[in-house]
Design a protein around this ligand. Structure first.
Ligand code: ATP
Ligand code: MG
Length: 282
């Protein structure tokens, strides 16, 4: 009996403190619930933002692919125009000049000389138009295929820049079965990679190889020149390197992978892998 009343006294003494603790606990639980809810809401918002950013990234990617395709189409058009219209007009003028030279009678040496000089100018213009048209979009790429177009480009490029280029292409027939877009991508990568070699590498030799490896076209362009810090160049915010970015974008556009490696004392290698698919010809 004595113990019971003692218990009651202890309980009544503890009661206010217990109530306070309970209230505090309730408050904290409430706060925690509110924080949980806020966290859940912010996570949801974050997820939505992430989804939106992925969607926009995808849209941007589609847009840049469309731009690349439109640019190629435009180049094809200008190239044909240059080749078929301007080049033929210049050739026509040249033929007439040649005829005029024959018909010029005696004592007109001065006139003949002037005509000859004009002919040389016309010939130079015809050559420039051909080169320009070829650089824009080689008709060979559509008419004869990737390998002849590359051979012709590399021959002219080597002559113009003095760069020695070694080219190896295995299974050429399978390469020519690629879609026109894929062939164009490979051609543009070679163009940019070789241009970079002459612009930046100070190399004496460039090697280009194309082969088929585990169901994919593998292309490598390497040089023995000055190396560079790939990561630093690609992550530099102030400088926009369109060349390397453009190569990567084109390759990814056709479902391929792009890599670039530069080793001090060895040089730089650009690697491209494009899977062969049923959509490719044959
Ligand atoms: N083969 C290479 N050897 C040495 N440095 C290279 C090579 N390729 C690229 N680089 C370096 O990487 C940089 C970026 O190359 P990228 O092709 O993107 O731009 P760019 O050639 O400077 O300009 P552009 O937009 O006209 O191509 C170059 O400025 C150069 O410093
Ligand atoms: Mg470049």
């Amino acid at each position: 009996m004595k113990t019971k009343s003692h218990q009651l006294i202890v309980q009544s003494k503890l009661a206010p403190e217990l109530v306070a603790v309970r209230q505090q606990l309730r408050r904290e639980t409430g706060l925690r619930k509110a924080a949980d809810m806020a966290l859940r809401k912010s996570r949801k918002q974050q997820d939505q933002l992430l989804e939106k950013s992925h969607f926009m990234q995808e849209q941007l990617r589609n847009l840049s692919h469309q731009i690349l395709l439109a640019q190629e189409e435009e180049r094809r058009h200008i190239s044909r125009e240059l080749h078929d219209e301007i080049s033929q007009t210049l050739t026509g003028i040249n033929v007439r000049l040649a005829a005029l030279k024959i018909h010029v009678t005696s004592n007109t040496g001065d006139l003949q000389k002037k005509i000859s000089n004009t002919q040389r100018l016309v010939e130079k213009s015809v050559a420039a138009v051909h080169r320009f048209a070829r650089e824009l979009r080689p008709a060979m790429l559509d008419d004869l295929g990737l390998i002849p177009a590359l051979l012709s480009f590399m021959k002219e490029f080597g002559k113009r820049t003095g760069l020695q280029i070694r080219f190896t292409a295995l299974t050429a027939d399978r390469i020519e079965q690629l879609t026109s877009v894929k062939r164009t991508v490979l051609y543009r990568v070679v163009q940019e990679a070789l241009t970079n070699i002459t612009k930046h590498a100070h190399a004496s030799l460039a090697k280009v190889s194309i082969q088929i490896h585990s169901g994919a076209i593998c292309m490598m362009i390497s040089d023995d020149g000055k190396s560079f810090d790939v990561e630093r160049v690609l992550s530099a915010r102030r400088r926009i390197c369109l060349g390397i970015l453009g190569m990567r974008e084109r390759v990814e556009m056709v479902g391929g992978t792009f890599a670039i490696e530069s080793i001090p004392g060895k040089g730089t290698t650009v690697g491209v892998k494009i899977p062969l698919q049923n959509g490719d010809k044959k």
